[in-house]
Design a protein around this ligand. Structure first.
Ligand SMILES: Cc1cc2nc3c(=O)[nH]c(=O)nc-3n(C[C@H](O)[C@H](O)[C@H](O)COP(=O)(O)OP(=O)(O)OC[C@H]3O[C@@H](n4cnc5c(N)ncnc54)[C@H](O)[C@@H]3O)c2cc1C
Length: 483
């Protein structure tokens, strides 16, 4: 991999890129390069905030067709220069940062709707389309994509798939990888391939699912067909207050293992109920807040709500009615945007993980204890909610905060990484995984080998075959650097 271009090589690459995408779709201006120096990963934000120089790309391109992407890949392979795909840049793991320079391949001009099939309920679009635009287009035809990440307005279809994202309504509609039917991908070689037209088949191993979640290390997703759903006749929310987190989690477990299909369950621990829910929803009670949402035909919703009520009241939940649930839904994004969002100068991290119902409390308490004992000297604190529910287990969206982290950027980086390693190891050793829906990027790449054990060499071998020169998004997912 060539990370130090001579000025001759730089200008050769520049002139070839101009030939591929044209002047309008290429920039080497420093302010433009700075746009791509940070995503939502705390370390580069802090780095820039403390006056340190971030790593910048050499070129920023905005291809408008898969063929242009293909030519860019071939060029990058000739010169052995890194290519980093960039969707909305809303990722929190440093996945889209050009840590070894080279080309930023911003996919946002690949934003066309290609087909909406209202008979089969599928929608096909180019991968750079903004999440909210995709949902609007589906809604015009009476269907919904059903993927509502808190970053919906800031992220792209390709980014959802590349990082295996989860939306608010995942309990019913699934994660991004459950919704995808088929993808078109430009491989590092420049070859344009398409996976099988249906996600379920008995035609060899799952090539599509290998590429989904690869965070730009195996190719560029240029198009995807997603399964959609009808816009529901009825949507309803009900919320409850439990006296303990254990009771809230037990209610969620009983709902899911009874195979009731709410579209969302969210349980907040006591800390989050006080710090987040009460502030945003103006609730006065204390305890563990839980919201459950239902949608579909009105009779189905009536029945599901009745069954959920029985379960929750049985465990001692206090019924807060429908209105508090609607309030939560209408304010669901407030937690992530100003003035309530997490931001500098605080140090923070969301170390989400997922495991079975049998392990979830072990994971939560192990991580909470680390923050509250080992990092007490920093007045670190921990809070969590449980927001993606599966038939077999649940995800914990847990966060740590330090209001006054070290001022020295090097010290701050070391402390940040030490906390992350402790928390991730606590997840793994108690039956959880490195991450549930944010991906691993550069933040967690160095822990991939610990997560996979000997199986990581299988992943590395696949990477070596698909990307022999190591040009695709180097420095991510723990893959070895080439050259
Ligand atoms: C306020 C906020 C709230 C968030 N809430 C959620 C949430 O509720 N659920 C959730 O899942 N995530 C959430 N995220 C994280 C983030 O939005 C998701 O990871 C999202 O899927 C990233 O999409 P993106 O288009 O912004 O991708 P980027 O950040 O641009 O890229 C993410 C990774 O995917 C790669 N990539 C991007 N596009 C392509 C492509 N076309 N082909 C190949 N690789 C590609 C990049 O190289 C990078 O490795 C949130 C982030 C923020 C800032």
């Amino acid at each position: 991999m060539n990370t130090q271009l001579t000025s001759y090589q730089h200008d050769m690459v520049l002139s070839e890129l101009l030939d591929i995408v044209g002047k309008e779709d290429l920039s080497i201006a420093t302010p433009d390069k700075f746009v791509y120096a940070i995503d939502h990963y705390w370390v580069p934000e802090m780095w820039l905030d403390r006056g340190k120089q971030p790593v910048l790309p050499d070129f920023v391109v905005h291809p408008e067709s898969p063929e242009e992407v293909s030519r860019i890949m071939k060029l990058a392979n000739t010169y052995r220069i890194p290519v980093t795909p960039w969707g909305g840049g809303s990722g929190s793991q440093g996945g889209s940062l050009p840590v070894y320079g080279g080309i930023i391949l911003d996919v946002k001009k690949l934003n066309k709707i290609i087909d909406i099939d209202t008979r089969s309920l599928t929608i096909t679009a180019q991968a750079g389309i903004n999440g909210e635009h995709l949902e609007w287009a589906a809604n015009q035809k009476g269907i919904t994509v059903g993927h509502y990440p808190a970053s919906q307005r800031a992220s792209t279809l390709g980014g959802w798939l590349a990082a295996r994202g989860s939306g608010t309504l995942s309990a019913k509609y699934g994660k991004a990888e459950d919704m995808v039917m088929s993808i078109q991908v430009v491989l590092p070689s420049g070859e344009i391939i398409r996976t099988l037209p249906t996600p379920n088949h008995a035609t060899g191993p799952g090539l599509m699912q290998l590429l989904v979640g690869s965070e730009g290390t195996l190719g560029v997703i240029t198009e995807a067909t997603m399964r959609a759903d009808p816009i529901p006749e009825e949507r309803r929310f009900r919320s409850f207050l439990f006296s303990s987190l254990a009771d809230g989690l037990e209610a969620g477990r009983r709902i899911m293992t009874a195979r009731i299909r709410p579209m969302v369950i969210r349980v907040y621990d006591e800390e989050s109920t006080v710090k987040q829910v009460k502030r945003v929803l103006d609730l006065t009670a204390t305890g563990t807040y839980m919201v459950v949402g239902f949608d579909g035909f009105k009779d189905f919703v009536d029945l599901e709500e009745k069954k959920v009520m029985e379960i929750c009241l049985n465990i001692g939940g206090k019924d807060l009615g429908n209105e508090a649930g609607w309030k939560w839904w209408n304010h669901r994004y407030d937690f992530y945007f100003p003035p309530r969002m997490k931001s500098l100068p605080r140090m923070f991290g969301t170390t989400d993980t997922v495991c079975t119902y049998s392990n979830i409390e072990k994971v939560y308490y192990a991580k909470k204890e680390i923050i509250e004992t080992k990092y007490r000297k920093w007045n670190a604190y921990y809070q969590a909610h449980f927001s993606h529910w599966y038939p077999w287990g649940v995800m914990v969206y847990d966060e740590f905060f330090i209001d006054k982290p070290p001022q020295d950027p090097h010290e701050a980086l070391i402390l940040h990484n030490e906390i992350w390693a402790d928390l991730v190891r606590a997840s793994i050793s108690n039956g959880g995984v490195l991450n549930e829906h944010h991906g691993t990027g550069m933040k967690l790449g160095w822990l991939m080998r610990e997560q996979y054990g000997p199986a990581f060499s299988t992943l590395q071998s696949i990477k070596d075959v698909i990307d022999p020169n190591g040009i695709m998004n180097p420095g991510k997912l723990g893959f070895a650097l080439k050259g």
